[in-house]
Design a protein. Structure first.
Length: 317
């Protein structure tokens, strides 16, 4: 018995099998959009991409945390700004009281309304249970740690970086230590005539009142020198509020800068990952079409090889 081997057909079949394998790989790249979809595709690129993915996720979490910190500082900044405007209004009413002795009771009524607005501002300047402008009994100002970024140390461990904001000199009122609040603290002033007075703007019944301090209010019996002292105390409060606004504003601006930097870093990282593992879909689509045509031609070649071989075998029977 003689066995005839069609070597041409065998070669054509081998080529066709290789083309089918390449076609399946290209089809997978087009379907997933990935040139490197698993470690076996390219271990080095896959490993780097996974590490960069982890960094991107950490930065995304940091962005969320920064957004939370921004919300708190934003609310605080708005509260300080509103309080500054109201204290400026109170100062103008005090000047009016000095200029119009006969209308001081009416002026005091306006000042009382403005004080109520200040209390409302302090009460409303909270976010997610945190209120830096109002200190309750047992609370003191301190350093607030705000998440600014997430990095890795030399050992590859995640490190959470923070911006520190000292709320000393930021709080408006304190129900514990009156002097911890800009509006409940006592301001000792000396007038041009040599009069020495200590005034506070709000009295919230603090556990520890400012020693010797008197709440700002006017009446027909209030002297011009006392009003002058009240105006100077209001000036000192406005100076403190301005400093508080600057402190909170700088922190808010730093958080904005950190968040923008993280956005830019994540964009760059995403592009880097894409360059390592993403497939060029236009190129892969062209490859897929070419491999499809190649498969058809090789199939035809295989059919022709088989037909020719059968023809020659029939001649020698």
């Amino acid at each position: 018995m003689e066995v005839s081997v069609n070597t041409t057909a065998r070669s054509a079949l081998s080529l066709l099998s290789g083309t089918h394998v390449a076609y399946d790989k290209t089809l997978n790249k087009v379907a997933t959009g990935k040139d490197v979809d698993k470690a076996s595709d390219n271990a080095a690129y896959w490993s780097i991409a996974k590490m960069m993915d982890s960094t991107t996720l950490s930065n995304s979490a940091a962005q969320d945390a920064i957004g939370f910190s921004q919300a708190i500082t934003d609310v605080t900044a708005m509260g300080v700004s509103a309080a500054t405007d109201i204290v400026s209004e109170i100062r103008s009413r005090l000047i009016l009281a000095a200029a119009a002795p006969g209308g001081r009771d009416a002026v005091n009524a306006e000042i009382s309304q403005l004080k109520e607005q200040l209390q409302t501002v302090a009460d409303a300047s909270g976010f997610a249970g945190q209120n830096w402008l109002k200190l309750s009994v047992g609370e003191q100002p301190g350093t607030q740690e705000l998440v600014s970024s997430v990095t890795t140390d030399s050992d590859g461990n995640a490190v959470v970086n923070t911006l520190d904001l000292d709320t000393t000199g930021v709080s408006l009122i304190s129900e514990d230590q009156a002097n911890d609040g800009l509006l409940t603290a006592g301001y000792t002033v000396t007038t041009r005539t040599g009069g020495v007075y200590t005034y506070n703007l709000l009295d919230v019944g603090s556990v520890n009142q400012a020693p010797g301090s008197v709440e700002i209010e006017v009446s027909e019996a209030t002297s011009l020198d006392e009003i002058a002292g009240m105006i100077e105390a209001a000036d000192a409060m406005l100076s403190g509020l301005t400093n508080a606004g600057v402190k909170v504003g700088v922190t808010h601006a730093n958080l904005n800068a950190q968040k923008e930097m993280l956005y830019d870093f994540n964009d760059a990282t995403t592009r880097g990952i894409s360059g390592l593992v993403d497939a060029d879909l236009e190129e892969q689509a062209a490859n897929l079409a070419a491999q499809g045509v190649q498969s058809k031609l090789q199939t035809q070649m295989l059919n022709i090889s088989n037909a020719d071989h059968n023809t020659w075998m029939n001649l020698f029977r």
